[in-house]
Design a protein around this ligand. Structure first.
Ligand code: C5P
Length: 296
């Protein structure tokens, strides 16, 4: 029996960076959330390990013989499986698409191969593969620290109607970190994260930044255009770039408002990827193990 596992996009609501460490990575502080938009991955029993990619952004991965998904599978065990990835998210776009796919692969194969690893064991494998992959294993709101792999729980978040927009440019994470100058540092005392409503969350976000936004805009100035367009949309409460870009997000008071804004933006900007979605309401007491089955 195989079933699609959701590989949800990862959105950094804020991202503060500190000075480069001796190992070449930067320490960071972030709040990652997972909207419903995402890729899907299916794992089926097979003798050999294989990966088929389909979906609107599959072409961007053509010729990538050593996809992160295959590396994740091999890191888990030397066994076979037929993997199928439906690539709905733009590649190298700051919303952790590749990381979410690798994390979904770890979860799916853990089940298919009946390995019985718990989340922290999967996160340990994930951390070897990339800084953003452990948080994508959890695929639920988390504070991120360390180089991204040190995770702590958020208590509650309201539902977040969210518009994701990518201007169609790939921005390599490494290049953005290399161009980084201004850093907020990582000394903030992280709150417990009991965000009761949108206003509560916005108070926190207004006092934070994405340190990678400025260097990413230097590399791809079109990111500035996206942010200007997002903040001008009727009902937009807040807009910012996610991760190392170029995808930006805006938050809206309700889903209808978010859908209307997506339509309006789509009329003016051709060629931009525009995805209205939502981060479901979250409460740590209701975190459920059945969460990663993709909707049909
Ligand atoms: O861990 P990952 O492979 O996603 O990182 C890609 C690149 O981004 C790293 O090689 C490094 O240059 C940069 N990076 C960083 N600090 C982090 C995460 C990534 O400098 N915390």
């Amino acid at each position: 029996m195989s079933f699609p596992v959701a590989a949800r996009a990862k959105v950094n609501l804020f991202l503060h960076v500190g000075d480069k460490r001796a190992d070449g990575f930067h320490p960071l502080q972030s709040l990652a959330v997972f909207p419903e938009a995402g890729d899907t991955l299916t794992a089926e029993v097979a003798d050999a390990l294989s990966l088929d990619v389909n979906g609107p952004f599959s072409a961007a991965l053509a010729g990538d013989g050593d996809n992160l998904v295959l590396r994740a599978a091999r890191a888990l065990a030397a066994r076979g499986a037929k993997l199928t990835l439906t690539k709905n998210l733009p590649v190298a776009s700051g919303i952790g698409g590749g990381s979410a796919d690798a994390a979904a692969c770890l979860r799916a194969l853990n089940d298919l191969w009946r390995l019985g690893h718990d989340e922290s064991a999967l996160c340990a494998v994930a951390a070897e593969l990339g800084s953003d992959i452990p948080v994508c294993v959890a695929s639920q709101p988390r504070w991120m620290e360390g180089r991204g792999e040190v995770l702590s729980p958020v208590v509650s978040l309201p539902p977040l109607p969210m518009l994701l927009v990518n201007p169609g440019v790939a921005v390599p994470t490494r290049d953005v970190f290399s161009a980084l100058q201004m850093r907020s540092g990582v000394e903030m005392r992280l709150p417990r994260g009991r965000f009761r409503d949108m206003a509560d969350l916005l108070r926190f976000l207004d006092a934070s930044r994405n340190d990678l936004e400025m260097p990413a805009r230097l590399i791809q100035p079109v990111i500035g255009e996206v942010l200007t367009a997002l903040s001008a949309l009727p009902g937009a409460l807040f807009s910012r770039m996610s991760g190392s870009g170029a995808t930006c997000f805006a938050l809206f008071p309700d889903d209808e408002c978010c859908q209307r804004a997506a339509k309006l933006l789509g009329e003016g900007k051709r060629g931009w990827w525009i995805a209205p979605t939502r981060v479901p309401a979250y409460n740590i007491e209701q975190e459920s193990p059945g969460r990663d089955i993709a909707p049909p």
